[in-house]
Design a protein around this ligand. Structure first.
Ligand code: PLP
Length: 341
């Protein structure tokens, strides 16, 4: 197959190092991995293969379609959105629903579904059954592998974190669940009393950092784009749609095969940066659907067919763009070749 003019460089060593760090920070709890939304955009299969080889045993997806696409890998998969009526027919043996409402629990019982997980709502008001219902026996007799809840503001120091932890901890021994799980990436950094039996990091595996304890988390994803054309722009001429950039002097510009349809959004207009070796190459003008211009004054030898790497360290790029670290990854389009090194 002809290679695409844009690619994601994916760093296996960094992914595995991030999981290993999060696993160590999880103390005696097992460390799983959230791989929903196609592994946060990296490609779920590539992520699961690498983390399973590193020792990860618990994987979380959003839907049954995502689970089915990974079921042949033989790992344990939990479907965070539970079990709809439509999902009951074709269920691979290594996939469990995370039952999220009394209706789903009843449906699972009626169909003799087997082992499941259950989500308890301790404050998100999104998915989950109430702690009270669990304490009153909603799950009695069910084969529950993991009882979980989800933190609202694990990336902030707020009183709600401890309230959620305490409400969840109060359910210990009051459900048939074999394990309990509360912490996402940032939750792991909140301390041992948030770890329970299993942690569920996502964004930090892929280079996200929201907590000082995660300073050693490494960048995993780097978008790279090919140069389609190099051109000279004279002082005073403008570049791109709506002429938002006027060349202050004669300058050299490269046009990249990359744009907002690829997930490199318009907020990078006149703000984003690329690199070639040590040369810093700022985005000039508006990002278009499939094209972006960069100034290549600092790289006299770059030309058609050469590749540049976009600056994409997640915390810094989120601050620059106003996008969340999650959006930066999950928006990356299918047009990228995903290449693991
Ligand atoms: C997405 C998700 C996670 C992972 O969260 P991060 O903030 O990416 O670490 C964990 N648990 C649940 C229920 C989720 O939906």
């Amino acid at each position: 197959m002809t290679q695409a003019p844009l690619r994601l460089r994916l760093d296996t060593a960094a992914l595995v190092a991030n999981w290993t760090l999060l696993s160590r920070l999880s103390g005696s709890a097992a460390c799983g991995a959230a791989v929903k939304a196609n592994g946060y955009g990296l490609g779920a299969r590539g992520v699961v293969e690498r983390l399973a080889a590193a020792g990860c045993r618990d994987f979380f997806v959003a839907t049954w379609a995502e689970a089915r696409a990974l079921a042949d890998l033989g790992v344990a998969l939990s479907v965070l959105h539970g079990a709809r009526v439509e999902d009951m027919a074709d269920r691979p043996g290594n996939v469990r629903p995370v039952l999220a409402s009394p209706e789903q629990v009843a449906r699972w019982r009626e169909t003799g579904g087997g082992t499941c997980d259950v989500m308890v709502d301790t404050g998100m008001n999104r998915l989950g059954v109430s702690p009270q219902a669990v304490a009153e026996g909603l799950l009695d007799g069910l084969a529950v592998e993991t009882l979980m809840s989800h933190l609202v503001s694990a990336d902030e120091d707020v009183a709600l974190n401890a309230r959620q932890r305490d409400a969840f901890a109060a359910l210990a021994g009051r459900s048939p669940a074999r394990r309990m799980s509360l912490a996402n990436s940032s939750g792991i950094a909140l301390g041992a009393d948030y770890h329970f039996d299993l942690t569920r990091p996502g964004i930090a595996l892929y280079g996200g950092r929201q907590r000082r304890a995660h300073d050693a988390i490494r960048q995993v994803v780097t978008p790279e784009a090919q140069i389609l054309q190099r051109r000279r722009v004279s002082a005073g001429e403008t570049i791109g749609y709506n002429a938002t950039y006027a060349a202050p002097h004669d300058m050299e510009v490269a046009i990249l095969n990359l744009g907002y349809a690829d997930g490199y959004l318009r907020c990078f207009s006149n703000k984003g940066r690329a690199h070639a070796g040590d040369a810093v190459l700022p985005v000039v003008g508006r990002v278009s659907m499939d094209l972006t211009a960069i100034c290549v004054d600092a790289a006299p030898d770059l030309g058609e067919g050469d590749w540049v790497a976009m600056d994409y360290a997640l915390p810094e790029t989120a601050a620059l763009s106003g996008l969340s670290q999650y959006e930066l990854l999950t928006g990356l389009s299918a047009r990228f070749d995903r290449i693991w090194a």
